[in-house]
Design a protein around this ligand. Structure first.
Ligand SMILES: NC(=O)c1ccc[n+]([C@@H]2O[C@H](COP(=O)([O-])OP(=O)(O)OC[C@H]3O[C@@H](n4cnc5c(N)ncnc54)[C@H](OP(=O)(O)O)[C@@H]3O)[C@@H](O)[C@H]2O)c1
Length: 315
């Protein structure tokens, strides 16, 4: 099969298309023909060995000290089942499924083998591109807003980085849960963020967040430019600061009204998000869809830091 192989850390130029052996489904796994897969900020971080401050050593131990241990990146995928392992009962060839592959990665390829218990059924109303785009940022936003901050009716939520993969779903989820949303983005994306449901948009190129008088019940930072002290200054007395990006120091210090750390990949969360997308309660924002052979270009777009929503590749 064809796959995007990364055998050394570096710029998008290190990504090359190669013929590699097709994986086989183990007893509890499913072999999926990948129809769409996201190229995410996490793929870009791993490829470039650029990790949040203080995490380099841990990340290199996880992903490979001198070169990537998993040479095929990619996690958030959607596709069609082509084979199932001997112990798999409730999924059959032809089923449309989607999911995330966690630390195993491997989805920037024509086929990926995934444990059956990590898969969600893709609703027919959700295109493969949308499913692949939705899960990465969506499960992060869902974990922080619903599971950690219990966002609900009447609450005020600030989303910093409202036009990225995490931000575009965070704005919509917070609105869906009944909150009043303020989105922070640049001039070019202000209209989009308002369309996604933000009652107010702060253009960070014109307004310094540190200078605003408003206070919020929840602040979600999906950029990584808010320190704990700066984030806390934006909170109401009972407010919660959610750091989707944090260095090691802030991650260690996060407790009480500050939450940081990796969002889990839960099938329940995937199904929740897919149901919302299927009924149009969430729009999956897609910046661009690339064919697999142009995946280096997709990495370049992610590296720019300017992507709007999600980048998707079709193997
Ligand atoms: N904790 C977790 O489990 C977890 C999971 C997923 C992601 N993350 C982290 O969360 C971060 C966001 O991920 P992502 O995939 O959403 O990123 P992304 O899609 O690459 O973010 C790109 C967006 O960031 C916006 N942006 C850049 N600088 C900004 C600023 N100063 N203020 C406001 N917006 C700004 C850009 O908008 P403009 O062009 O308008 O500036 C662009 O639309 C990443 O650092 C990622 O590593 C953490």
């Amino acid at each position: 099969m064809r796959a995007a192989v990364v055998d050394r850390y570096g710029t998008p130029d290190v990504v090359r298309i190669s013929e590699v052996a097709r994986p086989a489904a183990r007893a509890d796994e499913v072999l999926v023909r990948v129809k769409a897969v996201a190229v995410t900020s996490a793929d870009s971080r791993i490829r470039g060995a650029r990790f949040p401050t203080g995490f380099s050593l841990f990340a290199r131990l996880a992903f490979g000290v001198l070169r990537p241990r998993r040479t095929i990146l990619g996690s958030s995928f959607s596709g069609e089942v082509v084979a199932v392992g001997t112990r798999v009962r409730d999924v059959a060839p032809g089923d449309e499924v989607c999911g995330m592959t966690g630390l195993k990665l491997g989805a920037h390829a024509e086929y990926v083998a995934v444990p059956a218990k990590k898969l969600a059924r893709k609703p027919s109303a959700v295109p493969h591109e949308d499913a692949a785009g939705l899960l990465f940022g969506g499960s992060t936003a869902l974990f922080f807003l619903r599971d950690k901050a219990s966002v609900g009716p009447g609450m005020s939520v600030l989303v910093n980085g409202a036009s990225g993969a995490v931000g575009t779903t965070a704005v919509q989820l917070a609105k869906h849960f009944g909150a009043t949303v303020t989105g922070v983005t640049s001039t070019a994306n202000a209209g989009l963020v308002a369309d996604l449901g933000a009652a107010r948009v702060i253009d960070y190129t014109r307004t310094d967040l540190a200078g605003i008088a408003d206070r919020f019940d929840v602040v979600l930072d999906a950029v990584g430019n808010l320190s704990i002290a700066a984030g806390r200054r934006l909170l109401n007395p009972q407010g919660v600061l959610l750091l989707a990006v944090a260095g090691l120091g802030d991650t260690v210090r996060a407790r009480g009204d500050v939450v940081a750390g990796p969002a889990p990949e839960r099938v329940e969360g995937f199904e929740f998000l897919l149901r919302l997308a299927a009924v149009g309660a969430i729009t999956v924002v897609i910046d661009q869809v690339y064919p697999l052979q142009d995946i280096a270009e997709a990495h370049r777009r992610v590296d720019s830091g300017r992507k709007v929503g999600n980048i998707v590749v079709r193997p």
